[in-house]
Write a protein that binds this ligand. Structure first.
Ligand code: G3P
Length: 214
């Protein structure tokens, strides 16, 4: 399973890269806004640290606008993937960008039918948002299981990026479902390492080592 980081924070990305755990990065306008940096500067800074797929999202609403933005983003760094919204115009842009050799990530996917359309359009990635579905009392992980099955049934090459991840259980459930990728906020990534019994066990061993015969 691949881990992407769902952040534009260069320090957090660098730390995960140094651990060998960062296979890619996803951003969106909210994530970029949080860093307080100009869009291109923020993306190019990340591209220097991390060579995996780097999703960049614009604000275009028509296919033509999205393609224009996507072509510009693709000039920023060689590993850029263009995020497009799950709309008919977005899927038109997917076809056009993929034909030009620019990879796409269909974002804001909330149903299996939308995920099927994204794959049929030839997107490299589709991003179903599990946390936002859970927020409205729908089962986000059930959607992931459905998409995994549908893509397997037809051999679609589109990779599933489980997005809107809120806690470690989302990551474990995504792995159990066989999703290709989970994109993790930095705090969720850090929580994956933690277990109180690990901390307790280390403290105990250190204490007993001090007490043992020298
Ligand atoms: O990858 C999409 C993600 O950034 C959205 O997360 O927590 O705003 O639903 P959230």
């Amino acid at each position: 399973m691949k881990f992407f980081l769902d952040t534009a924070n260069a320090e957090k990305i660098r730390a995960a890269v140094e651990l060998g755990m960062c296979d890619g990065v996803t951003t969106n306008p909210t994530i970029i806004m949080k860093e307080g940096k100009e869009h291109k500067t923020a993306i190019q800074e990340i591209a220097k640290i991390m060579k995996g797929p780097l999703s960049v999202e614009g604000v275009g609403q028509t296919a033509e606008e999205m393609v224009k933005e996507g072509e510009e983003f693709a000039k920023w760094a060689p590993n850029v993937v263009v995020k497009v919204p799950m709309t008919a115009e977005g899927l038109k842009a997917v076809r056009m960008l993929e034909k030009k050799g620019i990879r796409t990530n269909v974002t804001l996917v909330f149903s299996a039918s939308q995920a099927l359309l994204a794959a049929k359009a030839g997107a490299s990635y589709a991003s179903p948002f599990v946390g936002r579905l859970d927020d409205i009392s729908e089962d986000g992980m059930a959607l992931i299981r459905d998409i995994v099955q549908i893509y397997k049934n037809y051999g679609y090459k589109t990779e599933i990026i489980v997005a809107s991840v809120r806690h470690p259980i989302h990551v474990v459930e995504a792995a159990k479902a066989g999703a290709h990728i989970a994109t993790l906020p930095a705090d969720v990534f850090e929580k994956l390492f933690k277990h109180p019994l690990t901390d307790k066990g280390i403290a105990q061993f250190l204490e007993d080592h001090k007490k043992s015969r020298k």
